[in-house]
Design a binder for this molecule. Structure first.
Ligand SMILES: [Zn+2]
Length: 255
């Protein structure tokens, strides 16, 4: 089959094909002279043969830079881990899920980065077993923070860390809570029983208007049941003193 090369039609003969390896050796740094010795021909013949195959010749005396060794999949994996001290969390630097878990391609499928970290550092994970983060940091790939456990162990650990989905951290136990459970019940009670505006409640209790609004409209703290306390028993200093003031505001509710 004739092939077009540099404007000339050449026959792709067996004679040309035997130079395939010569091209590879040349690209790896062998000189034409060395190749000529290997193929038992003159340097000129070797030059012409390679030229026919479309080889781009390097300047005389120039040896190609050695290529850096290719990284294994495991080496590439650890490049994406922000390795710190032995006791610190080693966070995953590449793509993560919304839940905070890192994920990575393991050659066959996508897997969690902490599972791959365990596999590379410790060994394979038996069927049906889970990897548990002792640090509760989903992004952590430090093998010292990863341990093997059954699904029951994992659930137990999750419960122990207060992440069991039963909202142990909700309400006044939550880090960002601005009001207490009692205050929420107080706000609702006052608004229901007394004829008072939300703005007035906000000023009275020293709580921002937006919190008062969301509590009353049950956009937050909806899970908290109303109590049966009367307004006067809830807040000793504010209710009794302010009830008179609240009562002045009839007809101005902004609900
Ligand atoms: Zn950790």
């Amino acid at each position: 089959m004739p092939t077009r090369n540099g404007g000339r039609y050449l026959m792709n003969t067996t004679r040309d094909r035997k130079f395939d390896r010569a091209i590879m050796f040349y690209k790896r740094g062998m000189t034409l002279q060395q190749l000529a010795g290997l193929y038992n021909c003159t340097r000129q013949n070797m030059h012409e043969a390679l030229k026919r195959r479309g080889v781009r010749f390097r300047p005389i005396g120039k040896v190609p830079k050695p290529q850096p060794p290719r990284l294994t999949r495991e080496q590439k994996f650890w490049l994406n881990v922000d390795k710190g001290g032995v006791d610190q969390c080693w966070n995953w630097k590449a793509s993560k899920l919304k839940s905070g878990y890192g994920h990575c391609w393991d050659g066959e499928k996508s897997d969690y980065s902490h599972r791959l970290a365990y596999i590379y550092a410790v060994g394979s994970i038996p069927e049906g077993m889970n990897i548990i983060h002792s640090c509760s940091n989903p992004s952590c790939c430090n093998p010292a923070h990863l341990k093997l456990g059954t699904p029951a162990d994992r659930a137990h650990h999750r419960d122990a860390m207060g992440r069991n989905g039963s909202y142990k951290c909700r309400g006044e136990n939550h880090l960002n809570a601005r009001v207490t459970n009692i205050q929420v019940q107080q706000i609702r009670k006052l608004y229901a029983v007394e004829d008072v505006t939300q703005a007035k409640l906000s000023r009275q209790l020293g709580i921002s208007y937006s919190i008062i609004w969301s509590v009353i409209h049950r956009r937050s703290w909806n899970w908290l049941p109303d109590d049966s306390m009367t307004p006067s028993t809830i807040s000793g200093e504010s209710t009794s003193a302010d009830e008179a003031g609240i009562a002045e505001n009839h007809g101005c509710r902004t609900a």
